[in-house]
Design a binder for this molecule. Structure first.
Ligand SMILES: Nc1nc2c(ncn2[C@@H]2O[C@H](COP(=O)(O)OP(=O)(O)OP(=O)(O)O)[C@@H](O)[C@H]2O)c(=O)[nH]1
Ligand SMILES: [Zn+2]
Length: 192
């Protein structure tokens, strides 16, 4: 599904003009003339997940299948916005589930990751929301979501640390209850 592509909200455009003025810049200078429009469009795209829902994304692509081994989709890149500073955080998301006779259309997993990423978020909630959406959609024997993120608010400002990565994980069902299932998943996505 393409993100909602409507003309940018004119109020948002006006607000970006005010931000530019308040930063001490001249919004009428040539290089900045179209910036409020571009910034409004960019912000609408980066928060387009608010206009999506899981049912619409799934498009009924849940299939009955006689397969009950672990399914893993790893290294799904994500871009989100930290809700404290409205600055990007980004990284990789690894998803696993143990089907109970139902599988999900492969592309739908990254689409769900994008839907929840394109909102104002903290990485912990983002991880949980992805896991819960899959749990509700598939009723699997277990689901695991691991996210590794870099946060610009910690890199370019504030504490100014470049190296740290934040890892969050939500394990449900068999991934939580059975340490060997969890270990198999973490080995496959190469997290120790
Ligand atoms: N747990 C968690 N914290 C986050 C996330 N994104 C940003 N933060 C943190 O949110 C906190 C907000 O802290 P405040 O003290 O209110 O804000 P601040 O004065 O800008 O803090 P500094 O970043 O330390 O300069 C900071 O510690 C950020 O690093 C996230 O996804 N998860
Ligand atoms: Zn932040």
């Amino acid at each position: 599904m393409k993100p909602k592509q409507e003309p940018p909200n004119p109020e948002l455009e006006d607000l970006f003009t005010k931000i530019i003025e308040n930063l001490g810049e001249d919004p009428s200078r040539q290089g900045l003339m179209k910036t409020p429009l571009r910034a409004a469009k960019a912000m609408e795209f980066l928060t387009s997940g608010y206009h999506q829902n899981v049912d619409e994304i799934l498009n009924a692509a849940i299939f009955e299948e006689d397969y009950d081994e672990m399914v893993i989709v790893k290294e799904i890149e994500f871009y989100s916005l930290c809700e404290h500073h409205i600055l990007p955080f980004w990284g990789k998301c690894h998803v696993g589930y143990l089907p109970r006779n139902q599988i999900i259309g492969l592309s739908k997993i990254p689409r769900i990751v994008d839907m929840f990423s394109r909102r104002l978020q903290v990485q912990e909630r983002l991880t949980r929301e992805i896991a819960e959406a899959l749990e509700t959609a598939l009723d699997p024997r277990g689901v695991a979501v691991v996210m590794e993120g870099q946060h610009l608010c910690m890199m370019a400002r504030g504490v100014e640390k470049q190296a740290p990565r934040m890892t969050t994980n939500v394990m449900r069902g068999a991934f939580r209850e059975d340490s060997s299932t969890r270990a198999e998943f973490l080995r496959c996505v190469q997290i120790s």
